[in-house]
Design a binder for this molecule. Structure first.
Ligand code: FES
Length: 680
């Protein structure tokens, strides 16, 4: 056995013997220990901080003496003076190994740090983004050995970081020489290395050590809203999240009406492309401003979206997606320059990655949900529903995963609802109706109090009570059903039939009055028969999609349900089940995954290997097309009743007894409401 000192790294447990005088960073690299470094050991980036342990480590069979490492040197002293090193910390590139030692690598010094998601399923994201920072010292030009600055930069990256090949576009080349000279030939580059093994691309270059960070955007491009998470590419931390309405709404509320707009209006698709690109630019600029970050530091973007949004974003006419066989122009993933999508608000050389689409109606957003929720790794049979204007539905377990999309329309997002609005302060998000008095109490976004609690009026004075958002309307319809004000077929009763003056006549139908703010100039908030019909259409489409996948799988029950989507986290499982949005399972088996598509985008942003994984997973998903499947229509009609015409909902019956009034005074179920199926 050699007499060289033994080094044990924690938490990895990796160990080895190294000659006296070896820097800790060198030992870490040779053992494959995850210890960060941007400056390559020059003592300027401070990424390599470690904590040596002293004393007896019986577990490792090591006793560490006070002189196990070289003494604190001038570089560390200078860093400590300028920035401050935490007590007990050393710079791994400066501290040399003199005797046996145990070295702890704190999480912030690990390159592949693990970021724990906040959502219920605690999947960790391992940080390994496609774009990282590298500090290099480039040789100065020499008349006797003429080479270009770019070639010498490439040589330095090869020598210091083992990067075999680089490329850069013209706009980068144009700034290379001044930056190199300004940094006295010491520069930091942001280098993009994709999972396809293409040459690394220099996206940005700064003189000296760049300490301003590096950022990426994870974008969930929905038909109704566009949401973005600005993410620190070094730590994985979300610096800001923001969303805006998709301006394409003015061309059509749902997907198919946008496809029709493109079909009917020459150049219509181009208008929609320009609108969505514009909106993404606005969102990117706003979110960078909110986080007080220079938008030019955003060098990566990952976008997830449904197929129609996908084509419109890319400038591809979506006309083929409007008719069978719903052919996509391209279903594979896509890696682009931000400039190709006119994304001028971020770094001009930023890279964009778009997840693969699953099928003509099942988009990259569904792929992102699969990446985030991993149904293909589930032991039990899980149904994942991403509730949006178009619901993405996945059913599966370890053996097989099926997917479809279902045209729910925008009702769940508060659109097409008489008092509907998007989730914003002042919107009713939760409601309870007393089954005896039929009186409502509710909560609005921005206030924790219920409307019958003291202080509610004062607390909501600023926001007002402005309307009902998606989760609010789901609860309202379910509560109306539980309170006996709404019958199984979806008809609201009259004041006489229900015994409450809150049922007010509206033409030939009735509406339930939740809140009358007219005395103070506020809105009158009701749930109308038209609202009920809109929700029935949406929930029937959702349920029918889920049932279709269950048929395909040959089951009548699933083991658990995961609700995802921008407002999935806010949907009450009980109310969703009373409504019959989701199949009957024990209530505790319904969980929320929050915005799983957005999370999937964030995973692909933070971990380049996840891109390869989702490309593989998507290839293995069985696609089920709802539009041409006759059973979809049958399931849709049966699901129109609340909760359901034929499915027993036995689990629900264990916890709720639903009243069974019948408000059909015509004897034929007619009510002037619409009963048509919609796609998109
Ligand atoms: Fe940069 Fe140690 S590696 S300071």
């Amino acid at each position: 056995m050699s007499n060289d000192p033994l080094v044990v790294f924690t938490p990895s447990g990796k160990r080895g013997r190294f000659p006296v005088g070896t820097p800790v960073l060198t030992a870490a690299r040779q053992l494959g220990v995850d210890l960060d470094s941007v400056c390559g050991g020059r003592g300027i980036c401070s990424k390599c901080q470690i904590t040596p342990g002293y004393g007896e480590f019986s577990k490792h069979g090591v006793t560490v003496h006070a002189d196990a490492l070289s003494a604190w040197n001038a570089v560390e002293a200078r860093y400590d003076e300028k920035r401050g090193l935490k007590p007990g910390r050393r710079l791994g590139c400066q501290a040399q190994i003199l005797r046996d030692v145990v070295i702890d690598v704190p999480p912030e010094s690990q390159v592949h740090k693990q970021v724990v998601r906040k959502a219920a399923s605690a999947r960790v994201i391992e940080m390994d983004p496609a774009t990282k920072l590298y500090f290099v010292e480039v040789e100065e030009p020499d008349m006797h050995e003429p080479t270009g600055d770019m070639e010498r930069l490439a040589r330095a990256l090869r020598r210091e970081w083992d990067i075999p090949e680089i490329r850069a576009d013209l706009s980068l080349l144009a700034k290379l020489q001044p930056v190199l000279r300004k940094g006295r030939f010491q520069v930091t580059v942001a280098l993009h290395r994709d999972h396809a093994g293409d040459p690394a691309q220099v996206l940005e270059i700064w003189p000296g050590l760049h300490e301003g960070g590096l950022y990426g955007l994870a974008i969930d491009l929905g038909s109704t809203t566009i949401a973005a998470h600005l993410t620190d590419l070094e730590t994985g931390e979300v610096k800001a999240s923001s969303g805006i309405m998709n301006p394409q709404i003015r061309f059509g509320e749902d997907l198919m009406s946008r496809v029709s707009y493109a079909m009917m209006n020459p150049g219509g698709n181009k208008e929609m492309t320009a609108a969505v690109r514009d909106a993404i630019n606005t969102l990117a600029a706003e979110i960078a401003k909110e986080a007080a970050i220079d938008a030019a530091l955003i060098v990566e973007t990952v976008i997830v979206c449904n197929p129609v949004m996908h084509h419109l974003l890319l400038g591809i006419d979506p006309v083929e997606l409007g008719q069978a066989p719903f052919a996509l122009a391209l279903s594979s993933s896509l890696a682009l320059d931000a400039r190709q999508l006119d994304l001028a608000a971020i770094n001009p050389r930023a890279r964009v990655y778009i997840l693969p689409c699953v099928a003509g109606h099942v988009g990259a957003d569904c792929a992102a949900v699969a990446l985030s929720e991993e149904p293909g790794k589930s032991e039990d049979l899980v149904l994942i529903i991403d509730v949006g204007t178009n619901a993405e539905i996945l059913l599966g377990d370890k053996s097989r995963v099926l997917a479809c999309s279902s045209p729910t329309g925008p009702a769940f997002e508060g659109a097409q609802i008489s008092s509907g609005q998007r989730a914003a302060p002042g919107a009713i998000e939760a409601i309870r109706i007393d089954p005896v008095t039929k009186e409502p109490r509710f909560r609005v976004i921005g206030c924790e109090l219920w409307s019958d609690e003291a202080g509610f009026a004062e607390a909501t004075e600023a926001s007002g009570i402005t309307g009902i958002c998606g989760s609010g309307i789901i609860e309202a319809v379910a509560e109306l059903r539980m309170a006996g004000l709404l019958d199984e077929s979806g008809l609201l009763g009259s004041a006489e039939a229900t015994g409450t003056a809150r049922m007010i006549p509206e033409g030939r139908t009735h509406a339930y009055l939740i809140h009358d703010g007219s005395a103070t100039g506020g809105p009158v908030i009701t749930v109308t028969q038209g609202d009920i019909r809109a929700i029935q259409l949406a929930k029937s489409a959702l349920y029918a999609g889920a049932r279709l996948l269950m048929d395909e799988r040959g089951v009548d029950n699933v083991d658990r349900v995961v609700l995802a989507g921008a407002f999935g986290a806010h949907i009450s499982p009980l109310h969703a089940m009373v409504l019959g949005m989701i199949p009957d399972v024990p209530l505790e088996r319904v969980t929320s995954a929050g915005n799983a598509a957005g999370t999937g985008a964030r995973i692909a942003l933070c971990n380049v290997a996840a891109r390869r994984e989702i490309e593989r997973v998507v290839g293995e998903i069985t696609k089920v097309e709802t539009a041409i499947e006759p059973r979809f229509q049958e399931h849709f009609v049966a699901a129109n009743a609340i909760p359901h015409k034929t499915d027993p909902f036995a689990e629900l019956a264990k916890i709720v007894t639903l009243p069974s009034p019948n408000f059909n005074t015509h004897g034929d179920g007619s009510d002037g409401g619409r009963r048509k199926r919609r796609r998109g």
